[in-house]
Design a protein around this ligand. Structure first.
Ligand code: NI
Length: 167
């Protein structure tokens, strides 16, 4: 496995719409293993392929607590099939927006269909942290980062701070 470089805002690649995966094969599985290692190393709880400069519709996530054993999940070509009317607010962060956090409103629950690590079709009903995280990661596939929900002023301030950090 390998640790891949994570890109940060305002890298224009983060605005790209990712393309669907045609086939779940060993090359893709190797890439997803690398994504997972990159995410654990960061450390983070979710990562979209575009964040490591590959614009394909793939996410990896692990919401297990530090003390538990790892619970990696892989989502290929995920699609939201239902969202709840109830809205939740969560203080979100992102590996592509290092050390910056903001309260973001999203549907409290959602249902997602996707292909798993073996290319098998799956459906899940997401609640709590899983619902927030999967919606955040799926936004990346549409070229959306959580700071896009903030005011122009707030977003510009955050990007300025990150530019300074990464110079
Ligand atoms: Ni993110």
């Amino acid at each position: 496995m390998a640790i891949l470089p994570i890109i940060t805002v305002p890298n224009p690649l983060l605005k790209e719409i990712s393309t669907p995966v045609g086939k779940v094969d060993d090359e893709l599985r190797k890439f997803m293993d690398d994504m997972l290692e990159t995410m654990y190393h960061a450390p983070g709880i979710g990562l979209a392929a575009v964040q490591v400069s590959r614009t394909i519709r793939v996410l990896v996530m692990d919401l297990s607590e530090d003390s538990e054993k790892p619970e990696p999940h892989y989502y290929i070509n995920p699609e939201i099939t239902w969202v709840s009317k109830e809205i939740g607010i969560y203080n979100e962060g992102c590996l592509s927006v290092p050390e910056q956090y903001a309260e973001i409103e999203r549907p409290l629950e959602c249902k997602v269909s996707y292909l798993d690590y073996d290319g098998k079709a799956q459906n899940i009903h997401c609640t709590g942290m899983l619902a927030t995280c999967i919606q955040h990661e799926m936004d990346h596939l549409e070229g959306v980062v959580f700071i896009d929900y903030l005011s122009n002023l707030k977003r510009k301030m955050i990007i300025k701070k990150i530019k300074k950090q990464t110079e």
